[in-house]
Design a protein around this ligand. Structure first.
Ligand SMILES: Nc1ncnc2c1ncn2[C@@H]1O[C@H](COP(=O)(O)OP(=O)(O)OP(=O)(O)O)[C@@H](O)[C@H]1O
Ligand SMILES: [Mg+2]
Length: 378
C-alpha cells in the first residue's frame, strides 16, 4: 500500500446560509498521520466528508496524489473512511466483514478470503477470523473496521473519531496500534478527534479547527508550545490566564500590567504597547517560587485545593483578585504546600502574551470550562 498526498484548495461549505467551513486550504503530504482537532460542531466531519467524496463542497477543489478528484464519487476515490459507529455487519464473520468490499472488485471467493486473512494478520486478529463482531472486544472490533477499510487498498484512510466509544485504557492502547499500523502501511491517515491527547500523541502534524476555520497547522510540539492563536492556546492543554494592558515590549518579550500584577511573557502574534492582552502559562510551567529561585514572575496566592491524578497532582490556588491558578506537579513524594498562603512563580519564557482581540473570547470560554474564574478579568 502506498499513501498519497491530499490538497484542499479553497474548500467552502455553506448549508442553507450557514457557513460550516470557511474557505480552507490544507496540504497533507503522502504518508503523513494528520489529525484534525477541534470542538464539536467546528466542521471536522464536514471537511472529511468533502475530502472523501460523500459531500460536494459549495466551492473549492480536492486533489489526491496531485490529481483533481472533484468529479469522482466516494467509491471511485482512493480513500476509505471509518465512521465512529464502525458499521460492521453483525451476522457476518470477521473474515467476511473484512472481505466485504472486495467482491465488487471482481475477486474470487478464495482470493477474498486470503486477502482478508492477510489483513487480519496485519491487525493481529488472525485467530478471530471466524467469530462474529459481537464476540469481540471493543478494541478488536475497532481493528476489524481498520482491516476492512484497508482491504480496498486506499491511499488515504479517513478516521472520524474512531476511538471515542472505547474506555480510556483501550483508547490509549489503540493510539499506539493505529500509529504503528499507519507507519507499517505508509497510508496517509487523516484522523478526526476532539481529544487533544490523542492528536498530540499520534500525529505527525495537527490542524486545529475552530468555527469552520483551521487556525493552525503544525507538529504537536509547535501546537502545544507555540500556539498561533488564543483559541489554540486554550483548546490544546490548559492555561492559567492573566488579563491586562501591554506596557513594554523588549527582546521578544511583552510586559503586561493587570489587576493581578505585572507579568512578562513571550510576545506572540502582533502585540503592541497599549494593547489589551492576555498572558497564558501552562499549569506544568507554574510552580512555587522559593526564597532563592528567581522565576521572574511572582504572585501571592492561597492554596485552596488538591486533586490527585495519579502520577500528577493539581494544586488549585487563588490570587488576591480571586483568579484560580492551577499548578500541575509531579506526584514525586515531595511535600507541597496544600493550604494557606504561598508565592507562585513562572518564567517569562514559559508564558505567552497575545492580544485579547481575535478569538480571545473562545480561549476564555475554554479556560472557564477548566474552572478558571474569568469574571476577575480586568
Ligand atoms: N447536512 C447538513 N445540513 C446542515 N447543516 C449541517 C449538515 N452537516 C453538518 N452541518 C452543520 O455544520 C456544522 C459542522 O458540522 P460537523 O459535523 O462537520 O462538525 P464536527 O466538527 O464533526 O462536530 P462533532 O465533533 O460534534 O462531530 C455544524 O453546525 C452542523 O450542524
Ligand atoms: Mg463529527
Amino acid at each position: 500500500m502506498d499513501g498519497k498526498s491530499v490538497e484542499l484548495s479553497g474548500i467552502t461549505m455553506v448549508f442553507d446560509g450557514y457557513t460550516a467551513v470557511h474557505p480552507t486550504d490544507l496540504t497533507i503530504p503522502a504518508g503523513e498521520f494528520h489529525s484534525i482537532l477541534g470542538p464539536s460542531g467546528c466542521g471536522k466531519t464536514t471537511l472529511l466528508r468533502i475530502l472523501s467524496g460523500f459531500q460536494r463542497p459549495s466551492r473549492g477543489h480536492v486533489l489526491i496524489g496531485g490529481e483533481p478528484v472533484d468529479h469522482l464519487p466516494a467509491n471511485r476515490r482512493p480513500t476509505a473512511m471509518i465512521f465512529q459507529s464502525l458499521a460492521l455487519f453483525p451476522r457476518m464473520s470477521v473474515r467476511d466483514n473484512v472481505a466485504f468490499g472486495l467482491e465488487a472488485r471482481g475477486m474470487s471467493k478464495r482470493e477474498r478470503g486470503e486477502k482478508a486473512d492477510e489483513l487480519l494478520a496485519l491487525v493481529a486478529l488472525e485467530a478471530h477470523a471466524d467469530k462474529r463482531p459481537d464476540q469481540l472486544s471493543g478494541g478488536q472490533r475497532q481493528r476489524v473496521a481498520v482491516a476492512r477499510a484497508l482491504a480496498v487498498e486506499p491511499a488515504v484512510l479517513c478516521l472520524d473519531e474512531p476511538l471515542s466509544a472505547l474506555d480510556l485504557k483501550l483508547r490509549q492502547h489503540m493510539r499506539t496500534e493505529l500509529r504503528s499500523l499507519q507507519k507499517r502501511t505508509g497510508v496517509t491517515f487523516i484522523y478526526i478527534t476532539h481529544d487533544q491527547g490523542e492528536a498530540l500523541t499520534m500525529s505527525d502534524r495537527i490542524s486545529v479547527m475552530n468555527k469552520g476555520r483551521i487556525e493552525q497547522v503544525g507538529t504537536p510540539t509547535e501546537i502545544y508550545d507555540a500556539p498561533a492563536t488564543p483559541f489554540v492556546a486554550g483548546f490544546v492543554g490548559e492555561q492559567n490566564v492573566f488579563a491586562g494592558r501591554v506596557t513594554a515590549i523588549e527582546n521578544g518579550f511583552a510586559r503586561l500590567d493587570g489587576p493581578g500584577g505585572t507579568f512578562t511573557g513571550r510576545r506572540m502574534i502582533d502585540v503592541s504597547v497599549g494593547d489589551e492582552a492576555i498572558l497564558m502559562v501552562r499549569p506544568e510551567r507554574t510552580g512555587f517560587a522559593g526564597p532563592d529561585t528567581d522565576d521572574g514572575n511572582r504572585l501571592s496566592a492561597r492554596v485552596e485545593g488538591r486533586e490527585l491524578e495519579g502520577p500528577y497532582l493539581n494544586l488549585v490556588a487563588r490570587d488576591a483578585t480571586g483568579r484560580r491558578i492551577v499548578l500541575h506537579l509531579a506526584n514525586d513524594g515531595r511535600a507541597h504546600p496544600e493550604g494557606g498562603p504561598a508565592v507562585i512563580g513562572f518564567r517569562p519564557e514559559d508564558a505567552i502574551v497575545m492580544t485579547a482581540a481575535s478569538g480571545a473570547a473562545d480561549a476564555a470560554a475554554r479556560v472557564d470550562d477548566a474552572g478558571a474564574d474569568m469574571a476577575a478579568r480586568g
